[in-house]
Design a binder for this molecule. Structure first.
Ligand code: GCU
Length: 299
């Protein structure tokens, strides 16, 4: 029995995909490989869960690449703004050699990446002050995930950044600890943050994937056969999640709009320009720089 934990609620596409993965693992292995899922931060926030994997106290977890960059340096490249030309470019990176290399880059830290799940594009949402232009971010305190890259990105936009875990964010928004946050439409919707944030600005500054990890301690204990079962189940769950994701994105925007949120579609170029050159200022490891250029040059 493998134990898998994550911080999101069960209505999220990524949770449903991991449920499918667990079911498929059980079926393909004829009951010999099972995965039990703990959602909604039952076992802790992403950072805590990653540490549990490193010491071998938990088998698997799903994290945002934002938090993972603290543990597996290559992952930082995914947290840089306006990284891809379009979705086809993004998919070819994720599904290709670069994506695979970054998944395996966590092995020396006991964090073996199994796959990426789509977490769309992150955009700003605010409680009182709408963001129409990057200048509007000045003076706002924005919640980010615990990630230096995410913090520096908000600073580059002229705002202040406060790291808060996903599960504590609703209250932080409600109590005015922060003036806003940034996330993809399904997360904005499923967390009900739209109840307290009436402005959603589709500026799409980052495309930070979710990553499914297995502890290298656990991986070493699995037989060749068990690893194959797991890989197959994971692969099927990726296809399933992508399909669910596209629907969820559309539905989320419709639902929040119906609930009275003003959806702002700004000039995306102005946002990209405001943080131009940030990647080169933030990357201090040669291996990350190399990856960044490989991604930029990828077909
Ligand atoms: C996204 C991402 C999650 C992450 C969350 C956050 O929804 O998919 O993995 O936890 O953002 O901002 O904390």
């Amino acid at each position: 029995m493998l134990r898998l934990a994550h911080g999101m609620d069960p209505s999220q596409p990524v949770h449903k995909a991991m449920v499918l993965m667990a079911e498929r693992a059980e079926e393909i292995s004829e009951g010999k490989l099972s995965v039990e899922i703990y959602h909604s931060q039952q076992l802790g926030a992403q950072r805590d869960l990653i540490e549990l994997l490193q010491i071998g106290s938990l088998d698997m977890m799903k994290t945002s690449a934002a938090v993972l960059e603290n543990f597996s340096p290559q992952v930082k490249v995914f947290n840089l703004p306006y990284l891809y030309r379009d979705s086809a470019h993004e998919l070819s990176v994720m599904d290709g050699e670069i994506g695979q290399k970054i998944l395996e880059g966590g092995v020396p830290y006991y964090l073996r990446g199994l796959c990426y799940y789509d977490a769309g594009k992150r955009s700003f949402y605010t409680t009182e002050k709408p963001i129409y232009h990057p200048d509007d971010i000045e003076g706002l305190n924005i919640r980010v995930q615990p990630s230096v890259t995410a913090i520096e990105l908000i600073k580059a936009f002229g705002g202040g950044a406060t790291a808060i875990s996903f599960g504590e964010l609703y209250t932080a928004l409600q109590q005015g600890v922060v003036d806003g946050a940034e996330n993809n439409p399904p997360s904005f919707y499923f967390t009900r943050h739209y109840e307290v944030c009436k402005y959603y600005t589709i500026n799409e500054h980052t495309s930070v994937p979710d990553v499914l990890l297995i502890s290298e301690h656990t991986w070493k204990k699995l037989s060749e056969q068990e690893r194959e079962w797991l890989k197959q189940a994971v692969k099927e769950s990726v296809t399933f999640q992508r399909k669910l994701w596209r629907q969820a994105e559309q539905e989320a925007l419709e639902a929040v709009e119906a609930a009275g949120v003003e959806i702002i579609r700004p000039e995306r170029e102005a946002f990209a320009k405001a943080v131009e050159g940030l990647a080169y200022r933030l990357i201090d490891e040669p291996e990350v720089l190399e990856l960044y250029e490989e991604i930029k040059n990828a077909e």
